[in-house]
Design a protein around this ligand. Structure first.
Ligand code: NAD
Length: 361
């Protein structure tokens, strides 16, 4: 199969981790007989520095003409004083919209070798395997009107939460489809005791569930879900929720299973999927070669699964990551006292070797 990808390394550790993810993709392509066709483009601070636009037209064009996009991270202190629309992060928000990526999937999996990286007791996190399905293009982050008005001392800030039935139904279907391939459980998280948006959300989700008789649907208020997530994380399968609740809960789920550097994400639903690690550009460690590339590498696995339906290849990457962790390889963020950390490139090489070994090459 031809794997036509746009690579957007971005800022900070973005280029360091995407480089390793591309090595792993190349190893997978070689092992399984696919052809990788890559084009690399600028986004975020790198694009601002080059052409004063965090999402240049040729980047959008390249992404839209690819089958999938792999992104590193955006954000740089050099642009923190820029107006909102000219900050690196604005480029990423625009890209998600341009790609019509309304469904953000964030798996939070506890790798057996990393049980001790969780702030929770090992017996609580062992076996945790959660898929958060977050609506990405609606809710408070996009709703209009939005403003800060009035004069100093009596200013008023307004944001608007809006959800339509179609936007709810399409994300619900993504969650039910995923659950049907996993443990057949969807937990829909809302705040239906207080918010009209949540009441409509719950009504539409219940209606959609009728098309998935094999999937068990339950509901929880977001405050209660946040508590349960740390009390009994392994009970969760697919969590379906709106934009802001999903933003918060998915970071919390990431915290439950360990380092930010491990977490991958997929933003799908439009014609071209966008895959990126959950972490940012980590300016504090950029350029040192010590970033954990596993979030980017696991994002490449999601890319193969969701944009190309290459399940065997995706699982091969995930098993390779699990196996290098079992063998004791740890980047600085994962290393415990007495463990010597490996560099980003050594971790990437280990995964490539594990991929080759698993397919007998
Ligand atoms: P961050 O995720 O960049 O870093 C938080 C902490 O985690 C830092 O101490 C960092 O060193 C560490 N860390 C992150 N990724 C790591 C990895 N792969 N390996 C090892 N350690 C890792 O978040 P931040 O510091 O809040 O933000 C830095 C910049 O990144 C800001 O400009 C922010 O806007 C941007 N950001 C971008 C994205 C994105 O591109 N999707 C997401 C979050 C933040």
């Amino acid at each position: 199969m031809l794997l036509k990808l746009t690579i957007l390394p971005g800022d900070g550790i973005g280029p360091e981790v995407t480089e390793q993810a591309v090595f792993v993709l190349q190893a997978i392509a070689d092992a399984f007989g696919h052809r990788l066709q890559l084009q690399q483009k600028n986004i975020g601070g790198a694009a601002l520095a080059a052409v004063e636009d965090p999402l240049p037209a040729d980047t959008i064009q390249a992404c839209l003409s690819s089958s999938a996009v792999l992104l590193g991270a955006v954000g740089s202190p050099a642009f923190d004083h820029y107006p909102n629309h000219l900050r690196p992060e604005a480029g990423l928000l625009r890209l998600r919209r341009e790609l019509g990526a309304y469904a953000n999937l964030r798996p939070a999996i506890c790798f057996p070798a990393l049980e001790d990286c969780s702030p929770l007791r090992a017996d609580l996190v062992r076996g945790t395997d959660i898929m958060i399905v977050r609506e990405l293009l609606g809710g408070l982050y996009f709703g209009e009107p939005r403003s800060i008005s009035g004069s100093a001392g009596s200013r008023v800030a307004t944001n608007t939460m809006t959800y339509g039935e179609q936007a709810i139904a399409r994300i619900a279907r993504i969650a039910f489809d995923l659950a049907a391939k996993r443990r057949n459980k969807v937990l829909s998280v809302d705040k239906a005791n207080v918010l009209e948006c949540s009441r409509l959300w719950r009504e539409v989700v219940i209606r959609c569930a009728k098309d998935y008789p094999g999937v068990q649907l339950s509901h929880m208020y977001v405050d209660s879900a946040a508590m349960s997530l740390v009390q009994r994380p392994k009970d969760f399968d697919v969590v379906l929720t709106e934009n802001m609740f999903g933003d918060i809960l998915s970071d919390q789920a990431g915290g439950v299973v360990g380092s930010l550097g491990l977490l991958a994400s997929a933003s799908i639903g439009g014609p071209v999927g966008l895959y990126e690690p959950v972490h940012g550009s980590a300016p504090d460690i950029a350029g040192k070669g010590i970033a954990n590339p596993l979030g980017a590498i696991l994002s490449a696995a999601l890319l193969l699964r969701h944009s190309f339906q290459l399940e065997r290849e995706a699982a091969c990457i995930e098993n390779a990551v699990s196996s290098v962790l079992n063998q004791g390889a740890r980047t600085t963020d994962l290393a415990r006292a007495g463990q010597t950390p490996v560099s980003a490139s050594a971790m990437g090489r280990n995964v490539v070797e594990a991929v080759k070994k698993s397919v007998g090459k």
